[in-house]
Design a protein around this ligand. Structure first.
Ligand code: ZN
Length: 289
């Protein structure tokens, strides 16, 4: 059994066949957490979770890149409602999210966090960073209020040019925020794309590292896989994005989480069964499922 701890079958990429995709996963004994990136997709994640008696859960949040209207290549524009396009960070409707967050099938608050990778020339970077931080702090407050873990998105800069623009590193800023504002039930640093030393700092704070198809794109994350204990990892797809090799280019879906497990097994030189067993246990304990 495997758990895809971060899926978006609640996104419009699956609007024609979401139930089929979920059924396909459950038949293969893959459980999943559908993660909301704003209110509408959070609500849809809760609806799907409510429809299935077993194996389908939800996380509710507001993604940092949703805090400014823009077109991002891989972000589905249909995900934004006109109302949300106008939304700014300060407008996260805490009461509405609180109602969703109380649902018994909601196992985490997120995705929320910091994204310094998508800043564009002309952006007021300091203002966007402080908006992202503000929403993250509201998320932490919510997580502690409902006593659930957090699903954290954090992508730093990927080039020198981006670094000059953003001025600070997203992982450094996130570490500071989590140290000063502890999440009582901890959580996942999902789609982790940093180095192993950074990962270890989050692990010290009690967080799990979310591994997805990105680790199959070459040998770039082999060191991270080797350095991090299985006990500190959870698996995910982030579908429909980040499809693992050899399906890169196709729409991702929860059953492909097996390829993530396989890559970890290869690099760690252990069996895929061991990867499945330990990471499933980690996810079950973290989410209380
Ligand atoms: Zn995601």
């Amino acid at each position: 059994m495997l758990i895809d701890t971060h899926a978006h079958v609640n996104f419009s990429a699956f609007k024609d066949d979401a139930d089929e995709v979920i059924r396909r996963a459950l038949e293969k004994n893959v459980w999943l957490v559908n993660v909301g990136s704003q209110y509408s997709t959070s609500q849809r994640a809760v609806e799907y979770a409510g429809k299935y008696s077993i194996g389908v859960f939800a996380a509710v949040g507001l993604h940092p890149i949703q805090l400014k209207k823009r077109t991002i290549e891989y972000q589905d524009d249909e995900e934004l409602t006109p109302e949300e396009i106008k939304t700014t960070g300060e407008n996260l409707d805490y009461a509405k999210y609180f109602e969703l967050a109380k649902h018994p099938k909601v196992v985490a608050i997120g995705e929320m966090g910091l994204d310094y990778h998508h800043f564009e020339p002309g952006d007021n970077v300091e203002e966007l960073k402080s908006k992202q931080k503000g929403v993250l702090l509201q998320g932490i407050r919510l997580a502690n209020e409902v006593q659930k873990p957090m699903m954290i998105h954090c992508w730093g800069v990927k080039s020198r040019q981006e670094r000059d623009h953003a001025r600070t590193d997203a992982y450094d800023d996130l570490l500071d925020i989590l140290q000063d504002n502890p999440v009582e039930k901890k959580g996942v640093i999902h789609s982790f794309v940093g180095g192993y030393k950074t990962a270890k700092k989050f692990i010290e704070l009690g967080f799990k590292i979310g591994m997805n198809g990105v680790i199959t794109y070459g040998i770039g994350y082999d060191r991270l896989i080797k350095e991090i204990d299985l006990e500190d990892m959870v698996l995910e797809t982030d579908c429909p994005y980040l499809t693992p090799v050899p399906h890169k280019g196709e729409r991702n879906e929860p059953i492909l989480v097996e390829l993530v497990a396989q890559k970890i097994a290869e690099v760690k030189n252990i069996s895929i069964d061991e990867v499945a067993e330990v990471t499933t246990k980690n996810a079950k304990e973290l989410f209380g499922i």
